[in-house]
Design a protein. Structure first.
Length: 278
């Protein structure tokens, strides 16, 4: 097996743990590569094992960090590598184990005592072109002028779903339902379900409420006058400014995120660990 290692760059403890994981795997006889940005922040790794994240070709990626680090990996890698997340972040919704469990969990992984949890993603087309990363959590279409609302019309499979005046619109996966979409009034969604959550952000009309639609749907968003610049953000990691007349289409991506799990339970018996499942 070949492993990739990516660490949170702004936390020394994460970088040091990344080196210990690297050393453990190397001593155990495995091929290991480290992403260049991790190496730039801790130059203890063998430079011959340093590879840009976009060029990873591995069996598993060990991510030491929080959700932001995992999302960075998801956006930059070109294939769907299974990820083992070790939580060195603030919330750690996507991570699987805590730092003190790291080496026990690695041993279980090496022994084959794990399962793979697959999560759906969103693919976004801007004026018919797919030029941005797939979203694991959500696409958020936001006003480009804070304090100024935008006027949007959105369609589901060609049929008019709603016309809204709001701060924006969120299209979320089940994984992202516990994030931005939840703050906008959307529901918790079991990650095993195949659907989108569509949630207006601070709409003026009380009748504009969140919707749940099948993941087979084609969601088309059209800006209406008054014409204002838009911001599209993907998973809170990727941002781009859009012209006022841009057509945005969101569909289910053919790619999936894959996570190493050591339990098949979606709802653990211990309430403090419920956040780990979403």
């Amino acid at each position: 097996m070949r492993f990739g290692i990516v660490a949170r760059r702004d936390r020394e403890a994460a970088l040091k743990l990344a080196y210990r994981v690297y050393d453990f795997l190397k001593i155990s006889g495995y091929d290991v590569v480290v992403d260049r940005e991790t190496y730039e922040h801790l130059r203890q790794f063998d430079e011959g094992d340093v590879v840009p994240l976009e060029e990873f070709d591995v069996d598993f990626i060990i991510v030491i960090g929080g959700d932001g680090t995992i999302l960075r990996v998801e956006h930059k890698t070109k294939r769907d590598f299974p990820i083992l997340g070790i939580n060195m972040g603030t919330l750690g919704f996507l991570t699987e184990v805590e730092p003190h469990e790291a080496f026990f969990s690695l041993s279980r992984l090496l022994e084959g005592e794990y399962s793979i949890d697959e999560r759906m993603k969103l693919r976004t087309y801007i004026n018919g072109e797919n030029i941005i990363p797939d979203a694991l959590n959500e696409d958020a279409i936001l006003t480009g002028a804070p304090g100024k609302i935008i006027h949007l019309r959105y369609y589901i499979d060609g049929g008019l779903a709603d016309e809204i005046r709001s701060d924006g619109l969120i299209v979320s996966t089940p994984t992202g339902s516990t994030g931005y979409a939840l703050s906008a009034g959307g529901p918790f969604v079991d990650p095993r379900l195949d659907l989108f959550v569509i949630a207006p952000l601070n709409p003026i009309a009380l009748s504009s409420r969140p919707m749940v639609v099948p993941a087979s749907s084609r969601v088309e968003v059209l800006p209406l006058p008054p014409e204002r610049e838009l911001i599209l953000t993907v998973d809170g990691q990727f941002y781009t400014r859009l012209e006022p007349k841009t057509e945005i289409v969101v569909k289910k991506s053919p790619r999936k995120a894959k996570f190493v799990r050591f339990s098949r339970d979606i709802y653990p018996k211990y309430p403090l660990r419920i956040k780990k499942r979403f």
